[in-house]
Write a protein that binds this ligand. Structure first.
Ligand code: HEC
Ligand code: HEC
Length: 374
């Protein structure tokens, strides 16, 4: 049969991919049948090994997608770092990006709901932004499709209170700071300092500096068995197995949204109880207008989660143990709850192990405040 396929391959180039695929299939059938025979002989040992083996732990991050019109550049990222920390971006000089994404709070928010410039009460909790460059969609509902758009949204919207229509005026004000003006003229010789180039520097800074890939988990995944405690290893096995957390929080970034162009959103019930239906934050459905997305939110990455209390899009759960218990017991019932979430019947010891494991995702890095130009 192989000879027939090879002859066909020679006859026409078009046939080649099909023929190659056939060979691969034949080859793998051969391997499978060998394996089956081996397994039959050594069955008892294979079962014992499976019982003690921990699930494989991936650590290779996907390749970061970088927009063609905003290539990485060190001076650009430095300007972005200064602007990220500069409260002069906000309407009243009280909020920088960093105000709501601080090291002390795992680079998420401190209060359950964020409070913007002019003390404006916002409706959601500030999420952890480590590894944000690996996502394709931003915000709890995925309404922004680039970090550049997200930065302009935060700056023009309620977070910093400038107003989308006033970004030009604010930029003029900021360009009076000589070091900024000179820096932008150097990095963007054609455009100089504009709302778009400001957003580009901030996004470039986020892509270059917000990678958290040297956690205890990563060291364990690369083969350092001692990087996790026994309790954390038990938690890892529950995360991947009995707890079924992996279904939505896939490693190595612990969000299944990673690399999925539209992001991944589920209704786990947060914010649906004790509120009249018309007052529920409908999350992703506001973007897609689909009933299936009612009160569905982005699956957050769990890296640095132990430091980022309180939890969920509304900051409604104050402790990590509370958040884990809620997820492991099936979330909060409502008319649209995801069927992927169910009570996993974990006991206190197993919950404790899960919480301990999540501590292995702590970032060892933190953001450094650069000196701001006068
Ligand atoms: C007043 C607090 C506040 C300020 C100031 C603020 N943010 Fe945020 N940030 C939030 C909140 C709240 C959300 C989630 C909002 C939502 O989902 O609707 C968020 C979301 C984000 C996200 C998306 C995270 C994700 O998981 O998709 C990024 C990135 C981000 N902010 C970066 C910034 C940058 C850059 C700035 C400055 C230009 C900034 N933030 C200013 C509170 C703030
Ligand atoms: C059906 C998908 C799904 C499954 C399964 C799932 N999660 Fe989640 N998880 C989510 C979503 C979606 C959110 C955000 C919900 C929100 O804020 O409205 C979330 C949020 C969290 C948070 C809060 C993170 C933060 O930054 O606020 C923790 C902690 C968490 N999950 C842990 C777990 C654990 C532990 C398990 C397994 C027992 C698990 N999850 C199973 C989808 C899932």
């Amino acid at each position: 049969m192989l000879r027939v396929i090879l002859a066909a391959m020679n006859r026409t180039r078009l046939m080649r991919p099909v023929a190659t695929a056939t060979i691969v299939v034949i080859a793998s059938i051969a391997v499978i049948s060998c394996k089956k025979k081996e397994e039959k002989v050594e069955e008892p040992q294979a079962v014992v090994e499976e019982a003690v083996a921990l699930p494989p732990a991936p650590y290779e991050f996907p390749k970061m997608k970088i927009p063609k019109d905003n290539p990485p550049h060190i001076l650009k990222a430095l300007l972005g770092a200064q602007l990220f920390f500069d409260p002069r971006l906000s309407v009243d000089g009280t909020r920088s990006c960093y105000s709501c994404h601080q090291n002390e709070h795992g680079n998420g928010g401190e209060t359950p709901l964020a409070v913007g410039a002019k003390e404006k009460q916002l409706t959601r909790h500030s999420p952890v932004i480590w590894n944000i460059g690996y996502f394709d969609r931003f915000y709890w509902d995925g309404r922004a499709d680039s970090l550049e758009a997200q930065a302009k949204g935060a700056w023009g919207g309620g977070n910093m209170g400038v107003g989308a229509e006033n970004l030009e005026k604010k930029t003029e004000e900021l360009s009076k700071i000589k070091a900024y003006k000179d820096g932008f003229d150097k990095v963007f010789p054609e455009e100089g300092m504009t709302p778009d180039t400001i957003a580009k520097t901030i996004a470039a800074y986020e892509r270059m500096s917000f990678t958290c890939d040297n956690t205890a988990y990563d060291r364990f995944a690369k083969g350092d068995e001692a990087a996790l405690t026994d309790q954390q290893k038990q938690g890892w096995a529950i995360f991947m197995g009995k707890g079924q957390c992996v279904v939505c929080h896939a490693p190595p970034l612990f969000s299944s949204a990673m690399g999925v162009p539209d992001g991944v959103y589920y209704n786990v019930g947060i914010g649906t109880d004790g509120v009249a239906e018309e007052d529920v934050d409908i999350g992703r459905a506001a973007v897609t207008k689909q009933d299936a997305d009612w009160a569905a939110f982005k699956v957050p990455s769990l890296r640095n989660v132990s430091k980022s209390a309180p939890y969920f899009h509304d900051g409604s759960v104050p402790t990590l143990e509370g958040a884990v218990r809620l997820m492991a017991s099936g979330g909060i019932d409502n008319k649209n709850k995801s069927s992927l979430l169910a009570d996993r019947g974990l006991d206190d010891e197993e919950i404790g192990a899960l919480v301990a494991f999540l501590g292995a995702l702590d970032c060892r890095r933190s953001l450094h405040r650069p000196e701001l130009p006068k």
